[in-house]
Ligand binder design. Structure first.
Ligand code: ADP
Ligand code: MG
Length: 270
């Protein structure tokens, strides 16, 4: 089946940031359970999709890129930063929007939480507030500034999480299933925000129209990268894999809240 791209996949010329992610014989195990087979790969495209069945290793792959997870063997570098040797630098370089963005919030009020990402890095309060206002304006969510984060809708929450990540000016943003559980209106808002992003982005998603226009899509299956290429061809392989799989579709569960909090805490320590 062909998926019409959800937005114009042409990445604007204004993306000037060079991206150089290198996996060198990188594997990942949790205890004695191997979840990512050794992987050697270079990524430099400004929009990269990551697809695969539940439990195939997509989030683990993404977490390796911003140092939330250290490889069990091999290395991962992002623009020269070894993510295991310097996870704090990796976390600064790579913004991460969690599947459940409420997990990355520390302070209850939207503007305070966004500003915290800046003041914790040593920025004076007045400047942090001005930058927070500017980024809320940019996403058209200035009205949310004084709202309590836990009262926001899923789409609003994703936009707030994106604002709180972008305000710190990372080199790259990773989205882990950003449109999961969003209604059509909020899905459109989040997709527009990703499309308009002036940064490189890696998008982990089951929402195939969202990644349909990407020139580079990675397909994981049972911890292995089994296809890597333009979206159309890789989506075809994915459909064949899904049709032939006896996967029951059960969502994998993991302590995402703890990891999100750890990332913020790391940022705060920098
Ligand atoms: N922190 C963890 N501890 C133990 N096992 C985990 C952990 N995180 C993920 N897993 C397991 O690793 C495998 C890959 O998970 P994940 O990378 O989350 O896959 P996906 O994002 O594709 O659904 C799954 O079997 C999952 O249950
Ligand atoms: Mg996942």
């Amino acid at each position: 089946m062909l998926y019409k791209a959800a937005f114009d996949p042409l990445v604007p010329d204004r993306i000037r940031i060079a991206l150089d992610i290198r996996f060198s014989a990188c594997s990942l195990s949790y205890g004695d359970r191997r979840v990512l087979e050794p992987l050697t790969l270079t990524l430099s495209e400004h929009r990269i999709g990551v697809i695969g069945l539940n439990g195939s290793g997509k989030s683990s792959f993404a977490r390796l890129i911003n140092g939330l997870q250290a490889p069990t063997s091999g290395t991962v570098t992002v623009n020269g930063i070894d993510t295991a040797a310097d996870p704090a630098a990796a976390a600064r370089a790579v913004g991460f929007i969690f599947q459940a963005p409420q997990n990355q919030v520390i302070l209850p009020v939207v503007a305070d939480d966004i500003a915290l990402g800046l003041t914790s890095r040593g920025m004076p309060k007045a400047e942090a507030q001005a930058r927070t206002e500017a980024i809320l304006d940019r996403f058209g969510i200035a009205a949310l500034a004084r709202r309590r984060v836990h009262e926001l809708s899923g789409g609003e929450l994703h936009l707030v999480a994106l604002a709180s990540v972008l305000v710190t000016e990372p080199d790259l943003v990773i989205f882990d299933e950003p449109t999961n559980q969003l209604d059509l209106k909020n899905r459109r808002r989040v997709i527009a925000a990703i499309a308009g992003l002036d940064k490189p982005a890696i998008v982990v998603s089951h929402d195939l129209p969202l990644i349909a226009g990407f020139k580079r899509v990675l397909l994981f299956h049972e911890g292995r990268l089994i296809a890597d290429g333009p979206a159309e061809a890789v989506i075809r392989t994915y459909e064949a894999v899904a049709a032939g799989s006896d996967d029951d579709g059960a969502a994998s569960t993991k302590p995402e809240a703890a990891q999100a909090a750890a990332t913020r805490a790391e940022g705060a320590a920098c």
